[in-house]
Design a protein around this ligand. Structure first.
Ligand SMILES: Nc1ncnc2c1ncn2[C@@H]1O[C@H](COP(=O)(O)OP(=O)(O)OP(=O)(O)O)[C@@H](O)[C@H]1O
Ligand SMILES: [Mg+2]
Length: 599
């Protein structure tokens, strides 16, 4: 006796399954309906929700509307006016294209749509009502031009899915967030929002900046910088936060591709990296960025809710976005062709002693704040008696050129090494504490990037060649690193299967064991494959991390001087390549406060 196990599912179940992917809750209904309105050329969209959208999501637009035939076709699966052929799928310029959203919604809710076309003489529109995928009625109905879709009782016929909805409050919050990101995508369109019969937002057509301010409140505008940058096939515009104006969450990071909000870890990381470790751990820049490119350069059909996309040239786009943000932040890359794009990587810092001490607004402990030229002068050259030789030297110096140029006037006696880990120096407003490892890491990172760019760095010959034997997997990765290592001053010869002979190392390298340092670099390189997009940066960071002096290394006064001077010659002196601060300032007020001297 044979039994057939495989059934063809009927359309209604197919739609419900599809709805499971596309419509995860009321906010997805809201998004799909508004996207349809925008695709229909609407210039005004009004949204109303009740009970967090579970009971009702209603979207009314003044778009071009639908004929009676279109109205009934619109709710069938795979019915769309937006593409006709597979070729068109490769260059989508509308928000919708699958012909799936309305059918999915109608299969799991009670839906009514009323629509009237703009370009007909008819003074009436039509109405359709559908419940759980079954058409109940199609009839003429009085209507203004445009379309209104009302979705009631979401998941009424799929109780299992209904159970997964959150309480009204949090569904309501999700709806509002979804609505806000739609509002930002088109500031030229009027948007209105009602929740539980209360008007929450009324946004006239306006500039992007005004839209941001109306949606998120005026203070957010205070700390933003304009971005508008085009290169090759790409353009990006919008706003990013100044490095001093960060948020404690990623909530305010809005990235759009051709008008569609997307989430993209890689792009998010490049934008973050543009801040070159200038933001402390746990702080995030905020941004509203609009990336535009020819639709054929991106595949938007890779995610059920279309919130992720696949770029044809991902690296290009990531590099472009980072450069655009860097330029807007006014960061000159000291590395010329290379960017100082640095990323904070949680796993790395957590191994260490806790990362930066996140200092709240009013605190006198300043993390990663640049020293002013005057503070720098006082740091390297504390107060001297008038008329002395030192004073003459100071007078000769152009203030603005100070950091980086007054190399030979450092006074070692003013430095103190604490537990072979931190270096303490006095400045006018209090003191500066350097993290010797982080500082050295920053220096080596930039030096190495320079060498990688320039080609060949000075090297020193080892007394005896050292040997490195690697596993098959590791040796494959190591081979990838060798050309970079040679530019840095290493000479490495293959001298057997997976056996390498190291003959020279970068000049000035001071480590007790070159081979274990190289192994460390390899490990670092492997671990950070995801995070660091640029191979040169990954190599430079791995070297910086492994070759830098460690906590526990005792330094002579001259070494401390050299370290601090070299640090201030780097482009981003206040943060190590991982975004940890290289120094912190502690204000005299902090001491005064703690000693009870403040009145
Ligand atoms: N508000 C609207 N105004 C005018 N036409 C609409 C509106 N909403 C839907 N339509 C029509 O109904 C069709 C089906 O809409 P639906 O959202 O199901 O699919 P889509 O937008 O084409 O693709 P996707 O499933 O990717 O959203 C659309 O292609 C469009 O022609
Ligand atoms: Mg659609």
């Amino acid at each position: 006796l044979s039994s057939n196990r495989i059934n063809l599912l009927d359309d209604q179940i197919i739609s419900q399954i599809a709805a499971g992917e596309v419509i995860e809750g009321p906010s997805a209904v809201l998004k799909e309906l508004c996207e349809n309105s925008l695709d229909a050329g609407a210039l005004s969209i009004t949204v109303a929700i009740e009970s967090g959208g579970k009971k009702l999501v209603k979207v009314a637009d003044d778009g071009f509307g639908m004929s009676i035939d279109d109205l009934s076709a619109a709710f069938k699966r795979h019915s769309t006016s937006k593409i006709r052929s597979a070729e068109e799928l490769s260059a989508i310029s509308t928000l919708g294209f699958r012909g799936e959203a309305l059918a999915s919604i109608a299969s799991v809710a009670r839906v009514e749509a009323v629509s009237r076309e703009t370009d007909t003489d008819s003074i009436e529109g039509n109405r359709i009502s559908i419940e759980g995928g079954n058409i109940l009625e199609i009839s003429p109905a009085g209507s203004t031009t445009g379309t209104t879709v009302t979705v009631k009782d979401l998941f009424f016929n799929t109780p299992a899915r209904k159970k997964f909805l959150k309480n009204d409050k949090s569904e309501s919050r999700k709806c509002l967030l979804t609505f806000k990101s739609l509002c930002l995508s088109r500031s030229d369109v009027e948007f209105n929002y009602y929740s539980e019969n209360r008007k929450l937002l009324n946004l006239p057509p306006q500039s992007l900046k005004d839209r941001i301010s109306d949606v998120f409140g005026g203070d957010i505008i205070e700390g933003i910088i304009d971005v508008d940058f085009a290169e090759g096939d790409y353009r990006i515009f919008g706003y990013v936060s100044e490095k001093e104006h960060t948020k404690r969450t990623r909530e305010f990071q809005y990235l759009y591709l051709n008008g569609r909000r997307i989430s993209d870890r890689r792009l998010g990381a490049s934008i973050y990296s543009a801040y070159s470790g200038m933001v402390a751990q746990g702080d995030f820049p905020f941004y509203f960025l609009f990336l535009e490119m020819d639709p054929s350069l991106v595949d938007v059909n890779v995610h059920p809710a279309k919130s992720e996309v696949r770029f044809r040239y991902e690296n290009q786009v990531a590099g472009f976005a980072r450069r655009a943000v860097q330029r807007s932040l006014g960061i000159e890359s000291v590395m010329g062709g290379f960017n100082s794009g640095l990323q904070y990587r949680g796993n790395y810092t957590s191994q260490r002693q806790g990362g930066p001490s996140g200092a709240p607004g009013e605190s006198a402990v300043l993390v990663g704040n640049k020293l002013t030229p005057e503070e720098y002068r006082l740091l390297i050259n504390p107060p001297v008696s008038p008329g002395s030789r030192e004073q003459e030297l100071i007078d000769l110096t152009d203030e603005n050129k100070l950091p980086g140029e007054s190399v030979d006037r450092f006074i070692p006696e003013n430095l103190f090494q604490l537990h072979n880990k931190y270096i303490i120096a006095q400045i006018k407003s209090g003191m500066v504490v350097f993290d010797q490892h982080a500082a050295h890491e920053r220096i080596l990172f930039e030096q190495t990037l320079n060498h990688l760019e320039a080609g060949k760095a000075p090297s020193q010959k080892l007394l005896f060649p050292h040997f490195l034997e690697l596993s098959p997997g590791d040796s494959e990765i190591f081979e990838e690193m060798i050309p970079w290592l040679e530019k840095m001053g290493f000479a490495i010869l293959a001298s057997g299967p997976r056996l390498y002979q190291v003959e020279t190392v970068p000049a000035g390298l001071k480590v007790s064991d070159e081979i274990s340092m190289i192994r460390g670099m390899l490990e670092y390189y492997k671990e950070n494959e995801e995070q660091r997009e640029d191979n040169a940066e990954r190599i430079a960071a791995s070297f910086a991390c492994k070759a830098a002096i460690k906590a526990g290394d005792s330094l002579t006064p001259e070494e401390m001087v050299g370290l601090i001077e070299a640090l201030f010659r780097t482009g981003t002196s206040f943060a190590c390549p991982h975004g940890r601060p290289t120094y912190i300032r502690i204000d005299m007020r902090e001491f005064d406060r703690r000693f009870g001297r403040l009145t």
